[in-house]
Design a protein around this ligand. Structure first.
Ligand code: KIV
Length: 290
């Protein structure tokens, strides 16, 4: 039995404050698109830690524990080296830090492609270890049978088509997809196959806008765009990218803040105060009781 659901609330400053909100469910997310229309677009962001989840939770419909944690948290060059254990540890933290959003965990490269049975082993491990509601996997037609297998056995799946970063060695880079007719047709066919297989939503990443719109019209479940189109049924970004943690971000990222600049200024102030011995001051030191 996993103990990862438990948080020592007496000692942790990451103790989540239960909000008076009921957690959304996968069926509710799926039903936000009805007869091809999503009246209120779905909001998704990545989260990797409990504190980050606490801050994002109330504003999002879904939190994605993305395998982008490879680059964002671990400084790895791609998502290829990510392990199930990494996803389970961060997934459990995000579930502990959230009360409202549906938490979805990325299946890492090598944990699901070999067979549908391997995918079930890996996905069930992730759900047991974390308490998350669903998994996400990359690939279209080639993964449709696996998506159906998981879905029929109690594991909701979010698909991911277009620019699929785990396939970087096949694609040859992270450039936008769907510029040729062949590529465009394949993206639409991939999304349709996932939809038919029972995916509850499909991420459409790094795809030229007309194809993202075509996919959104062609499938019954919601599309979640990233580098795609505002016409998708929802949007996702890597949280650190949109907060401005990194200098280099993909072209499709809008930087809403300059968090890196704020951290650098704050740390400089701290370092100056330590060096001039003005920190800690009277408010931060203990004196003997008189
Ligand atoms: O890993 C990730 O963060 C993702 C999103 C960018 C969709 O897959």
């Amino acid at each position: 039995m996993s103990t990862t659901f438990q948080l020592d609330t007496s000692t942790s400053r990451a103790n989540p404050t239960p909000a008076p909100m009921k957690r959304l469910t996968v069926p509710k997310i799926r039903l936000r698109k009805q007869d091809g229309v999503t009246a209120e677009p779905l909001v998704m962001l990545t989260a990797y830690t409990a504190r980050q989840a606490q801050l994002l939770d109330a504003h999002c419909d879904m939190l994605l524990v993305g395998d982008s944690l490879a680059q964002v948290i671990y400084g790895l060059p791609s998502t290829i080296p990510v392990t199930l254990e990494m996803m389970a540890n961060h997934g459990a933290a995000v579930v502990r830090g959230s009360y409202h959003s549906v938490v979805i965990i990325d299946m890492p490269f090598g944990s699901y492609e070999a067979s549908k049975e391997q995918a079930f082993e890996s996905a069930s491990y992730l759900l047991k270890q974390t308490g998350a509601a669903a998994v996400k996997l990359e690939g279209g037609e080639a993964m449709a049978e696996t998506v159906e297998f998981l879905n029929k056995r109690g594991i909701p799946v979010m698909g991911h088509v277009g620019l699929t970063p785990q396939a970087v060695n096949v694609l040859g880079g992270y450039m936008a997809r769907g510029r040729s007719d062949n590529e465009a047709d394949k993206i639409v066919a991939d999304a349709k196959a996932l939809d038919d297989a029972g995916a509850f939503a499909v991420v459409v990443e790094g795809v030229v806008e007309p194809i993202a719109i075509e996919v959104t019209k062609a499938i019954s479940c919601p599309t979640i765009g990233i580098g795609a189109s505002a016409q998708c049924d929802g949007q996702v970004l890597v949280t650190e990218d949109m907060l401005g943690m990194f200098d280099r971000v993909p072209r499709f990222v809008k930087k809403y803040e300059d968090i890196a600049g704020m951290i650098e200024n704050t740390v400089k102030t701290y370092a100056d105060e330590v060096r001039e011995r003005s920190f800690p001051g009277p408010d931060q030191t203990y004196q003997p009781k008189k």
